[in-house]
Design a protein around this ligand. Structure first.
Ligand SMILES: [Zn+2]
Length: 403
């Protein structure tokens, strides 16, 4: 049972199932709005905007949304650097998923010669590989795409722009959209528009952060740009209400990411669709996570603030490794007074630059060599082995603590 918070936020009917009003269950206060950005000047980083997060949940389908989300605070054209492809672990996951997707589609929609549309292609890594492995062509849109314009040898054409309205999209056989749906203020309208643009035989492949993971843990992935938190039940309801037929959904990348595979029209596959009892069980798991979230989140904040303070007092020179959105959120909650000895990241574009609101400077991991650091905090357990190997390579003997 989700206990309602007594907090003044606008009421809202569930975006996913439209069957109930969302119930506010956790007030996270103000968090950095531009958590994927970094600045050369510390003063600009510190002055970057904050926005409030009050999470609300649908008791019918488990859809979760920031009820205090203010679209006017988010500048869709602002440069962001959420690129995960600097990590070999993420690159390997992405390549495996491309190969798996091409193999799965081999019978139903052989990709050779087909057209893929990707909404939110980032730097085009997934689309290029999909085109190369599947022998298809593709068009990708993303306002943060920073590479060369025009067709590339893989068969992908990447455009530095938001996707045009549904009526102006190029024709496609396969829609791909990764880590976009959770950012959209009107997710039902977004999916309905794409369904309208899709031909009768088009398929879709979406990926979103899995709400079942994000809300069952400390909540470091609850960030301002994420309007929605989607588990299996809410995703399936949302897609169905937007006119898509759901083929399947499942967790990938150690449960941090959820895939959703759609078809414009119901196919002949006997195994298509997600059984109702499975959706109810997924909803119940999510509602159980939601019921404990507020207490767990605030307890974890206090715990990490105390841990960092204690490690700093003991001379362990604690460090945060990884300054993606989770890392930025941990810094905001647990190290506002900058007790950490350093924050490091493998993404060279971040080196020497400052993170939003707290202003921490990001350094290259090499800086830890000979620094006397005895504790390295990470926020994503998936990268543990990769980071442990890097630390060994640098000759740093430190305990890895997973926040
Ligand atoms: Zn709902």
């Amino acid at each position: 049972m989700v206990r309602a918070l007594d907090v003044a936020v606008p009421t809202r009917v569930c975006d996913a199932c439209a069957g109930a009003e969302l119930v506010a269950f956790s007030d996270l206060g103000e968090v950095p709005v531009e958590c994927g950005r970094h600045w050369a000047a510390e003063s600009e980083a510190v002055a970057s905007p904050v926005g409030r997060v009050v999470l609300g949940c649908c008791p019918e389908c488990g859809y979760v949304r920031n009820l205090a989300f203010d679209e006017s605070l988010v500048d869709p054209s602002a440069p962001t650097d959420m690129n995960l492809y600097h990590s070999p672990t993420f690159r390997a996951f992405s390549s495996e998923l491309v190969a798996q997707l091409v193999a799965e589609l081999a019978e139903r929609l052989p990709l050779a010669g087909r057209r893929v549309l990707e909404i939110g292609c980032a730097q085009g890594e997934f689309l290029r590989e999909l085109c190369r492995v599947g022998g298809c062509t593709g068009v990708g849109y993303d306002p943060s795409y920073a590479g060369p314009a025009g067709p590339d040898p893989s068969g992908a054409e990447l455009r530095r722009a938001p996707a045009p309205p549904p009526g102006e999209l190029p024709p496609f056989d396969l829609l791909v959209s990764r880590f976009v749906l959770e950012h959209v203020a009107d997710p039902a309208g977004f999916l309905a528009g794409l369904r309208e643009a899709a031909g009768e035989h088009a398929l879709g492949h979406l990926q979103v952060p899995d709400a079942e993971y994000d809300l069952a843990t400390a909540g470091w992935e609850v960030i301002y740009p994420h309007v929605s938190y989607l588990g299996a039940a809410a995703l399936c309801r949302l897609a169905a209400r937007a006119g898509w037929s759901v083929d399947r959904t499942g967790p990938v990348f150690s449960g941090l990411i959820r895939r959703l595979d759609l078809a414009a029209s119901p196919g002949s596959r006997a195994d298509a669709g997600v059984p109702e009892p499975e959706l109810r069980a997924a909803r119940d798991r999510l509602l159980a996570a939601v019921a404990g979230f507020d207490q767990r989140h605030h307890a974890e904040r206090r715990r990490w603030r105390e841990t960092i303070g204690r490690l700093a007092d003991e001379g362990a020179r604690p460090v945060l490794w990884g300054t993606g959105s989770r890392g930025v959120q941990l810094l905001n909650y647990a190290d506002p007074n900058r007790r950490l000895a350093a924050t490091v990241d493998v993404n060279p574009a971040k080196w020497g630059r400052h993170l939003p609101v707290t202003g921490h400077r990001v350094d290259r991991p090499n800086r830890l060599r000979g620094s006397g650091t005895r504790a390295v905090i990470i926020t994503n357990p998936v990268y543990r082995d990769e980071i442990a190997a890097s630390l060994a390579g640098l000759g740093v003997s430190a305990e890895i603590l997973v926040a």
